[in-house]
Design a protein around this ligand. Sequence first.
Ligand code: GN1
Ligand code: MG
Length: 362
Amino acid sequence: MDTNLKNIANQFKIEGKVEEVVPLGEGFINDTFIIKTDGNPSKYILQRKNKKVFSPIPAMMDNIQKVCSHIKAKVEKAGGDPMREAMTVIPATDGKLYFLDKDEEYWAVCLFIEDTIAYEAAETPELAYAGGKGIGKFQSLVSDLKEPLTDILPGFHNIRIRYEQWDAVLKNDPVGRKEKVQEEISWIEARREEMMAFWKLVEEGTIPTRVSHNDTKINNILFDKKGDVLCVIDLDTVLNSTVLNDFGDAIRYYTNTGKEDDTNLDNVSMDMEIFTAFAKGYLEEAASFLTEKELEYLAFSAKYITYEQVLRFLMDYIDGDNYYKIKSEDHNLVRTRAQYKLLTSIEGQYDAMKKAIKEIIS
Ligand code: GN1
Ligand code: MG
């Protein structure tokens, strides 16, 4: 075992002697490991947090801690199990919520929740329905969190700021890739006004700002063995924005009949049955606190976030792959094309999506 990883694990208040530290999952941003000890509890999640993406990390850990303690208190009050229905941050031995190593890398640990399932795809409408309920419930649990959260990801789902980044990258064209992606660039430009018009509603407060998760892909949720959502994880991106981001990002991920980086575009489309099931579960929990404007733009949020994802993958490709981890030279371009195929499928079914939502809330 990597003795460095073992040393890092030992900087945290974990129980027992560390037996092993092994890699877990395939996150695009952080590096994740599982720590196994001979103690009780015996499993922990260790992450090297990406300081290029999240800044500053200490403020991010404070955000996560605020959200976790808020949820724990509510779960406890409702008679639930706060150690299973909320994440538990394990502090470092000096009491800080992170450890800064000699290379100035930030590490954080949380408790591993046993007997849960994390899915990579929403294989059935039942799973999508449960996922929708989980996200709606998460939003409802944090809806009365009054403590301010630090914006450690300025402009994360803010298309105005994304366009500023986009325009700058296109102007610089640092690795000379712009010429070969003219068609892909036109996909972004053709929808600029439509996306800005939506974002202006958020900026002017017509669509309210609440505590939102912002990265609601299915593997950021833990299900219990009965198939219900137990706990929402990966709280790095919790911030004050529109909760429509959470719905839109979940739809982008759950309803995709192909992979996010599918090379066969025929595989990729938006599955209407999964959409309806997720929306039904979500609205059962969230319809009571959403405003009419939020409900009106729910279907649009799927277009918005999928479009933003096309932009982000393409921008990273043109920029020379500085943000997302890649597995091949053109990985970001493959992702761009696959997400664009999904976007066009969403656009093609947009009226049906709006109709389905209307029927659910009527
Ligand atoms: C990243 O880290 P991960 O894989 O949960 C990204 C999301 C993207 C997603 C694309 C902080 O999420 O915004 O939608 O990849 N997270 C960040 O799959 O940029
Ligand atoms: Mg994640």
